[in-house]
Design a protein around this ligand. Sequence first.
Ligand code: GLN
Length: 486
Amino acid sequence: MSLHTSTIRELSEKLKRREISSVELTESVFARISATEERLRSYVTLCRESALGEAQQADERLKNGSDAPPLLGIPIALKDIFLAQGVRTTCASKILGNFVPPYDGTAVKRLKTSGAVIVGKTNMDEFAMGSSTENSAFAVTRNPWNLERVPGGSSGGSAAAVAADQCIAALGTDTGGSIRQPAACCGIVGLKPTYGRVSRFGVIAFASSLDQVGPMTKDVTDCALMLETIAGHDPADSTSVPAPVPAYASHLTGEVKGLRVGIPKEYFIPGIQPEVEQAVKEGIHRLEKAGVELVEVSLPHTEYAVAVYYIIATAEASSNLARYDGMKYGYRAPGKNLTETYLKSRQEGFGPEVKRRIMLGTYALSAGYYDAYYLKAQKARTLIKRDFEEAFKKCDVIITPTAPTTAFKIGEKTEDPLQMYLSDIFTISVNLAGLPGLSLPCGFDSAGLPVGMQIIGKYFDETTMLRAAFAYEQATEWHKKKPKIS
Ligand code: GLN
């Protein structure tokens, strides 16, 4: 068996027993990339040389024995939204096309400290705005299960890279579904932690009250191992919470008897692809057989989530993206005077979706409209949050589909932003409420495309969410299926 097809857990044991070296493993990953990247385009930047150097260091550390964190020597990919010192970081935008950060973001630093090998930076929707990775300024990433389909987004490069074994695991970010939806589209596990669980320091901001960093992996155990590595308080991010980080992987027993699983009726609605609904319902049934108790719950304000999100997220984006003016860093289009330089740099540097969002957000925040849009949206956000608080009085986790359809065709939704926005109808509420959510594979549709099931947890209770996911994974084989990249 090739090394690149294995999981973190399997490889980490082999590395510790010195059956393999991290250099061999890293070579195997890069050989896989050479064989597939032309078709997939998962990466914006590859770091072959530095990766082999890091692998060599990991091998030294392994040789010296005692301390061997689970990620030591493991090749990991980073969405191109994470600042990594000395490595071009573009956010898939022309405006950051030449940006080389002088420091590491906290999640990246924690990966490096634990000995992970950084493979490269993965493709994404520009500034994480999108659900298909088609909004990248550089390339369209293809779904490894079917090259005519999108990998989902915005962390589509990370999802495709994990599914195609072009890395062992990856980091993504999730503002409205950007870890979970591409994970579902590519048949992998993706976890968005509770808001505040993982530091956002050194992550290019999209919508700061919604953005979270999380792992994208081949199975649930790997997801737990990645999360314990990156989570925890960081004085550099005032929204990161000083709560202890559990050893998540040690809680994965496969035992779920008596766990109360909430099923919200608002998430099984007309419009959802019938095969998706069926696969998720069968998934729920599996868990019932494993001993969970099903409870019907209601999240009555779900219908407002997409509208609320597209006011709050765009408002925050319009403010966050004001910093790209062609002056401090990034792309500059010189004009006759300062104003013209600002205007031209932004005009040429940002793609159409980013401009659409800046305009929407600026409008929602403008005097005269602020109360009608932004303030109203914030009030509705509170109602959505309260729905979950009520529901969680009756259950320990909530299960829903991750996305209403499997991966759609490249080009199918690019002309219709509203259709594209609906891809996140089942994930967005979780960000608005700040809760943790996870997607894991639960079947395939008749076209052979993966279906994702979403498990939502209580605040800071990633442990129970992961336990439920692990129990399901133990009872099924979906996570072991690999795409044949034609
Ligand atoms: N697809 C959603 C959007 O376009 C969510 C993106 C994300 O989570 N970064 O905003």
